[in-house]
Design a binder for this molecule. Sequence first.
Ligand code: SF4
Length: 197
Amino acid sequence: MQFKDLLYRLYLLRRLENGHAVGDDEVFVTEVVHASLCPRYAWFERHAPTTHLNEHILRGVAVHEFVAALFSQIDGAEKSVSAEINGVRVRGRVDVAHNGTIYEVKTVSRLPDAPYGHHVLQAQLYSFITGSPCRLVYIDGEFKIQEFEVPPPEPQEIENAVAHAAAVLRTPDPPEGRESWLCKYCTYPCKLRGGEG
Ligand code: SF4
């Protein structure tokens, strides 16, 4: 089997792990982030997920597995976390938890000058759930690293984002899309990209 196919299998396994036992009153941290970017994308990811794979996702899977293996050697392995926020169970998996700090790792083609808003939201969700500060770590294709401290979460913003995601995911039909950079990577049916729906 080719290495790329092995990575693809790993990616599908990860998706299955993330997708099990999700009820109407449960959301994953990644779903909250997706819903904040585009409710339609979040809805499809929950109810009819694509198995489409691109180089960007493959690189992310490979780097995350490497980081998880590396930090499992010390007290910093990836771990599952959850909390109830206004009646919604929010689940997630932090990349690295070490010495009371959470590290959220992102792979990018170019290191940013400032952290991206949706990554900050994700990091703040982990901070809110665990009560620990979170740092965002960007790794580019040459394995150069840029790190940012994330401001503490605003409880009201977190609660609003979780409630929004839970409401979006409960709707029986896919909601309207919201155009953003995410459209470039999206394969779901959407009139905003010239398709139907
Ligand atoms: S194409 Fe853009 S607006 Fe439409 S579902 Fe995908 S991410 Fe959302």
